[in-house]
Design a protein around this ligand. Structure first.
Ligand SMILES: [Zn+2]
Length: 206
C-alpha cells in the first residue's frame, strides 16, 4: 500500500494497486489474480474497467481525475467514499474477484456470484455510493470492499456493520491510519465536509 499522504495517480496508481492486491490475496490465502491489463489509450468498452476471472482490465484515460476545490460536480478522491481514480477502480475490481471465488460454483455469473448478496444481507446497510445500490449486490460488495481496502477507518465510521463483517473475514494491509490522514494532502474541503456529514449521519443511525 502506498504511504498515507501520497496521492497515487495514472498508470503508476493502477500498478501500485495491483501490487497491493497481490499481497492482500496472499495474506488471506485467496485465489491469486492472473494479472492486470492496463491500457493507456481509450478503448471501446463503455466502462473504465472490468473484471473477468481472473484478470483486471483497466483503461487509465477513462478513469476519473481527483477533484479540485473549484470543480463542484467531481467528488472523486483517492481513498474517499467516491473514488473512480485508478487506485480505487482496481480495488473495486479486486472486490469482484474476491466475490467470484468466494461464491458457490453454481451461482457464478461472468464476474460475480452469491457471496456478495449473502454479505449484503448480513450487513443490511446502504451501499457506499449510488452505483452500489442494493439492487446490484455485486456492485454493493465491490464498492464496500474498495473502501475497506483503501480507507478502512472511513468504512468503519460510515458503515459500521459492513466494516465488522469484512474485517471479521478479510485482513487488509491498509493499516489503521485515521481516515482524514489516508486522504492525503490536497483533498478539497467540500469532500472532507461531506464525509464528516456522512459520519455524523451514521452516528445518529445507531
Ligand atoms: Zn463493478
Amino acid at each position: 500500500m502506498p504511504i498515507p499522504g501520497q496521492v497515487p495517480t495514472g498508470k503508476a496508481a493502477a500498478e501500485a494497486a495491483f501490487e497491493a492486491a497481490k499481497s492482500f490475496l496472499e495474506l488471506n490465502g485467496l485465489t491469486p489474480l492472473d494479472g492486470i491489463d492496463i491500457r493507456e489509450d481509450r478503448w471501446t468498452v463503455s466502462k473504465c474497467a472490468y473484471y473477468r476471472p481472473s484478470t483486471i482490465h483497466i483503461c487509465i484515460p477513462m478513469c476519473d481525475r481527483p477533484a479540485t476545490e473549484g470543480e463542484v460536480r467531481n467528488w472523486n478522491w483517492p481513498r474517499s467514499k467516491v473514488d473512480k481514480t485508478p487506485f480505487g477502480v482496481v480495488m473495486h475490481e479486486l472486490g469482484h474477484h474476491v466475490d467470484y471465488w468466494a461464491s458457490s460454483t453454481a451461482s457464478r455469473g461472468p464476474y460475480y456470484g452469491d457471496h456478495s448478496e449473502a454479505v449484503m444481507n448480513r450487513c443490511d446497510e446502504e451501499g457506499i455510493t449510488g452505483y452500489a445500490s442494493r439492487d446490484a449486490p455485486e456492485e454493493w460488495f465491490a464498492e464496500a470492499f474498495r473502501l475497506y481496502m483503501t480507507n478502512p477507518d472511513l468504512l468503519r465510521l460510515i458503515r459500521p456493520l459492513t466494516y465488522a463483517e469484512l474485517s471479521a473475514n478479510l485482513m487488509t494491509a491498509a493499516g489503521n491510519a485515521p481516515w482524514l490522514e489516508r486522504l492525503g494532502k490536497g483533498c478539497p474541503q467540500r469532500i472532507i465536509d461531506s464525509l464528516q456529514n456522512a459520519i455524523h449521519k451514521a452516528r445518529k443511525r445507531k
